[in-house]
Write a protein that binds this ligand. Structure first.
Ligand code: NAP
Length: 269
């Protein structure tokens, strides 16, 4: 088999259903780069640096469950990834590994294309890595995040760390804001009938975003559209976080519209 000049990979567990190989390979082809991108399942994040060296991989996406576990095994980590506590992008230059987080930029760009973030209130459901990326990004852009979580202790801890308010999930009905963002896995395939909140709650928000992208239109987004709210899909965030990875790895602007098209085509199938 021909060896590509530039090699990229996704590390996680599981990785079989990821859309990243499809999206990144389409982008590299369009950019005229002699590059490959493969999904590699790893049990332990400590395996990743050695595999990158041995397989001559210069850029990697990191997914569940290794986004935090990889951090101590890198030579440097960006300030944003340290604050978020998760790395989803690793770059290898001269044998040195640098970690970054593009989930927050992906989320902020998706939001920013839909509404002005500065001065607006964002109710973020969840307190895990995606929630932390959302809160970090919203604060960077001058927005006001509020954490809403099922487990009070975890939600309060994240809120304290970022200096924002916290509300328990069972009080979401009394919470208002400009935009509601779901960062929990509730509603993800195959549990597509589930939603983190009841439909009536959605009247309290003008915008509703789901970070889930499979299915493309989650129950939450369907309920929001039915209630006349404006919606933002997790696929937009997924494409923008991937595009930012390509910028970091290659210094070039990726074909974001093409990346969105291949992802949407696959998800619509
Ligand atoms: P995580 O660290 O495991 O956090 C999950 C959060 O969801 C926790 O706060 C948890 O609450 C809450 N949760 C889980 N099940 C729940 C339930 N049944 N009811 C209420 N709350 C529940 O996960 P993560 O890394 O943040 O990822 C979360 C999701 O983000 C993923 O499933 C993925 O769809 C999405 N994501 C999307 C992109 C993108 O590019 N579009 C990128 C990254 C992540 P407790 O604290 O109470 O346990």
């Amino acid at each position: 088999m021909k060896r590509s000049a530039h090699r990229f990979a996704l590390f996680g567990n599981p990785v079989g259903h990821s859309l990243s190989p499809l999206m990144h390979e389409a982008a590299f082809r369009e950019m005229g780069l002699d590059a490959s991108y493969r999904a590699l399942r790893v049990e332990d994040p400590r395996e990743i640096p050695e595999m990158m060296e041995r397989l001559d991989i210069t850029g990697a996406s990191i997914t569940i469950p290794h986004k935090s576990g990889i951090m101590p095994h890198l030579n440097a980590v960006s300030d944003s990834a340290v604050r978020i506590g998760a790395v989803n992008t690793v770059t290898r230059i001269d044998g040195r590994l640098t970690g970054d987080n593009t989930d927050w930029t992906g989320l902020v760009r998706s939001l920013g294309e839909a509404l002005e973030i500065g001065g607006k209130t964002f109710i973020v459901i969840g307190a895990g890595g995606a929630a932390r990326a959302a809160v970090y990004g919203i604060l960077q852009e001058g927005g006001v995040p509020v954490i809403v979580n099922r487990t009070t202790k975890r939600g309060e801890q994240v809120a304290r760390e970022f200096g924002c308010d916290f509300r328990p999930l069972d009080q979401i009905g009394m919470t208002t804001g400009d935009c509601l963002i779901n960062t929990t896995p509730v509603g993800m395939f195959p549990d597509t009938d589930a939603s983190p909140v009841g439909g009536t709650v959605l009247r309290n928000f003008e915008w509703v975003m789901d970070t889930i992208y499979n299915p493309l239109e989650t129950r939450l987004l369907k309920d929001a559209a039915a209630a006349g709210r404006r919606t933002i899909s997790g696929a937009t965030m997924f494409v923008r976080q991937g595009a930012q990875q390509i910028r970091i790895w290659t210094g070039q602007d990726p074909p974001t519209n093409l990346m969105a098209r291949v992802v949407l085509e696959r998800l619509n199938r």
